[in-house]
Design a protein around this ligand. Structure first.
Ligand SMILES: Nc1ncnc2c1ncn2[C@@H]1O[C@H](COP(=O)(O)OP(=O)(O)OP(=O)(O)O)[C@@H](O)[C@H]1O
Ligand SMILES: [Mg+2]
Length: 374
């Protein structure tokens, strides 16, 4: 605001800006921009729009019907063309792109010429996939925090009586040397109490937040350690484990102990599902993590088994804490795996088909800075 008494600066027209400036601005925007003319042809598209939509720019795109240029995105075409008939356009809407499953947030605008006649429709959009993932992760974290607090409180209360049962059953066992039957029952009680205690420890461990000890970690080291641990914890039988790690795979900045734990849990799950027969393949390759705005160097790790697979209704729940289909399972294995992946800011997905097997793919960023190599 002008100070009282001072003369307002003389109003001047802004200097005329050439078309090239507008073009450069729109082309360099970090939003996708595309516009369609009244006749349904593509009037403009910038590089970011091509990138988000997963299209390769081609010479004659401009001037071609958008239904052809965007043939893989019928929903985008529909949103654009139907906007000509609307007087009021929504401020913000979202759309899931079918081929890539990306979510975009967009705004539509009527493009008016100097006579204010609507000559086109423009769409400004941004890739929200990463935002969605972060929101989902946040929701999960809140749920886990509430669940965790309750589980930790119960586990804490149960720990002492359990220890009491174990000690007292031990005392009784020493006093009943004359009765082997009674001793056998007491031994069972002690073993059961020990098992319950192990579950309590596991729950307490699960609900504790992970504090990462990040260091340069070779995936191969974690896989080797995990394979030994899994062999000692579960029955492998004659299952073959193939490890296919290319030479020169980037080291990642990760918590070596947690990475080992991740592979151990996945290997144990495979062994338990496969009943002593079949093949598990662990592989890894350099990859990129798509953050929406930028791509980060990453390593994609896969662990695939040719076991029984998981029915769809079960597969939807396997990452939930305490979900298990096993009589002796605590249902924390995959929840822990997911927690470890989240702590490393990575991504995880599961592909499974009944009778064919299960494949878990994990992508972890190489680092927040530059790539590290072995
Ligand atoms: N490789 C696999 N093949 C078939 N089913 C699997 C596989 N991995 C996991 N599952 C299914 O997912 C469920 C959840 O796995 P998760 O590791 O979280 O718990 P769990 O193995 O049952 O118990 P815990 O790991 O705590 O001992 C399992 O009970 C099983 O039904
Ligand atoms: Mg498990």
């Amino acid at each position: 605001m002008a100070a009282r008494g001072r003369r307002l600066p003389e109003h001047r027209e802004p200097p005329a800006i050439g078309d090239a400036v507008y073009r450069h601005i729109v082309a360099s925007l970090r939003n996708g921009v595309l516009s369609v003319a009244r006749d349904g042809t593509l009037a403009f598209i910038n590089g970011e729009a091509y990138r988000i939509l997963g299209l390769t720019p081609a010479e004659g795109d401009l001037g071609r019907p958008i239904a052809e240029v965007l043939s893989t995105h019928p929903d985008v075409v529909r949103a654009l063309t139907s906007a000509f008939d609307l007087h009021m356009l929504a401020n913000r809407a979202e759309l899931r792109l079918r081929p890539s499953d990306k979510v975009i947030g967009y705004t539509l605008t009527h493009v008016r010429d100097d006579t204010t006649a609507v000559v086109g429709v423009a769409m400004l959009f941004k890739d929200l996939t990463r935002v969605e993932q972060l929101e989902e992760r946040e929701r999960l974290r809140d749920r886990l925090a509430a669940l965790g607090e309750m589980a930790a409180a119960i586990a804490h209360e149960v720990k002492n009586p359990l220890a009491g049962i174990e000690v007292m059953a031990g005392l009784l066992r020493r006093k009943t040397t004359s009765s082997p039957d009674t001793q056998a029952v007491l031994t069972d009680i002690i073993n059961e109490a020990k098992m319950a205690n192990a579950i309590v420890q596991e729950v307490l461990e699960f609900v504790r937040p992970i504090r990462l000890q990040v260091e340069r970690t070779a995936v191969a080291d974690a896989v080797r350690a995990a394979s030994q641990l899994a062999d000692s914890k579960a029955r492998r039988g004659s299952i073959d484990v193939h490890v296919e790690l290319p030479a020169g795979l980037p080291q990642i900045q990760a918590d070596r102990h947690q990475l080992t734990r991740l592979f151990t849990n996945l290997l144990i799950n495979a062994y338990e599902a496969m009943d002593g027969r079949g093949c598990v393949t662990i592989s890894a390759a350099p990859a990129n993590l798509d953050d929406g705005d930028e791509e980060r160097a990453a390593v994609l790790m896969e662990i695939a088994d040719d076991g029984p697979g998981i029915p769809t209704d079960v597969a939807d729940r396997v990452f939930a804490p305490f979900f298990t289909t096993k009589a002796q399972g605590s249902g924390l294995g995959l929840a822990i795996v997911r927690k470890i992946v989240d702590a490393h800011d990575g991504q995880i997905d599961l592909q499974t088909s009944v009778g064919r097997g299960t494949r878990i793919r994990i992508t972890l960023p190489v680092s927040s800075g530059g790539a590290l190599t072995e």
